[in-house]
Design a protein around this ligand. Structure first.
Ligand SMILES: *Cc1c(COP(=O)(O)O)cnc(C)c1O
Length: 258
């Protein structure tokens, strides 16, 4: 687990940190646009989720000031706490801001998390999917979710084994009422992390695998599944080349401060 840094722990002044974050953000935007162009894609197809788990709420707000509108957190408690901090201290930044739960989610944290109307990238079991759907439906919400798949074949990695993906989704869809009432979730696509310590060259086939799994699942179920959340600071160019629509970037954005 990461302990987020706060202003007194910064190497320099708050203003220097603000400026550094803005430079880092602009650099990442340029690189993402370049990677998209290299892949023959439109830069606007790739959403940059700024992973703010390394820093506290105030430092996170500087990333939003720089232009980031999607914030990813690993722990639902941290996400919830930052949502409240923004509501209290930086209401001016809240409009158009989207939250993303990217780390492992326990079922007993779902109800509280949904108050933030987040994207949930880390659905890794049918029970969790049902829990999210039930709570969202009770709220009258529809939550965008991604199913996290283990594409690295390492036991230690999180995510659903690829072989269980289709079964999970088909079972879930079969349980949905046939009425036109929307279910509490929209399964929007898939998410994956490349294996630990893999370099971008080794990560790329794993990203390709996630895209192929998405294409197959869309064909089997008739779901649209436009989203692929893959790629982090070390490997996002490879992920974009393989079709990522969301890249989750943390340490690159806070380089020089951590
Ligand atoms: C921390 C984290 C990231 C960001 O990783 P960086 O290498 O810091 O860019 C992305 N996805 C998940 C699930 C994470 O936990």
């Amino acid at each position: 687990m990461v302990t987020p840094i706060s202003t007194p722990q910064l190497p320099g002044t708050a203003d220097e940190a603000r400026q550094r974050i803005a430079e880092n953000w602009n650099g990442v935007c340029r690189d993402v646009a370049q990677a998209a162009a290299d892949a023959g894609r439109t830069p606007s197809e790739v959403r940059i989720v700024g992973v703010s788990k390394y820093v506290d709420a105030e430092i996170t707000s500087w990333l939003v000031e720089a232009g980031c509108r999607d914030l990813g957190e690993n722990r639902p408690q941290a996400l919830d706490q930052k949502v409240h901090w923004f509501a209290e201290h930086r209401q001016d930044l809240v409009e158009g801001l989207h939250w993303h739960q990217i780390g492992h989610l326990q079922r007993n944290k779902v109800r509280r998390l949904l108050a933030a109307s987040p994207w949930i990238h880390s659905i890794d079991s049918e029970r969790l999917l049902v829990e999210v759907a039930d709570h969202a439906q009770r709220r009258g919400d529809q939550v965008d979710v991604l199913i996290e798949v283990n594409v690295s074949d390492e036991d230690a990695k999180t995510g659903l084994p690829a072989a269980e993906l289709t079964k999970l989704v088909e079972r879930f869809l079969a349980q949905q009422p046939a009425s036109s009432a929307p279910s509490g979730v929209r399964i929007a696509g898939l998410m994956a992390m490349a294996g630990w310590g893999t370099d971008p060259q080794q990560a790329r086939p794993q990203f390709a695998r996630l895209r192929e799994l998405r294409d197959a699942l869309a064909q089997q179920t008739g779901l649209v599944l436009p989203e692929l959340s893959m790629g982090m600071s070390g490997d996002y160019a490879a992920a974009i080349a393989e079709g990522a629509t969301m890249v989750r970037i943390g340490s690159r954005l806070f380089a020089g401060l951590l």
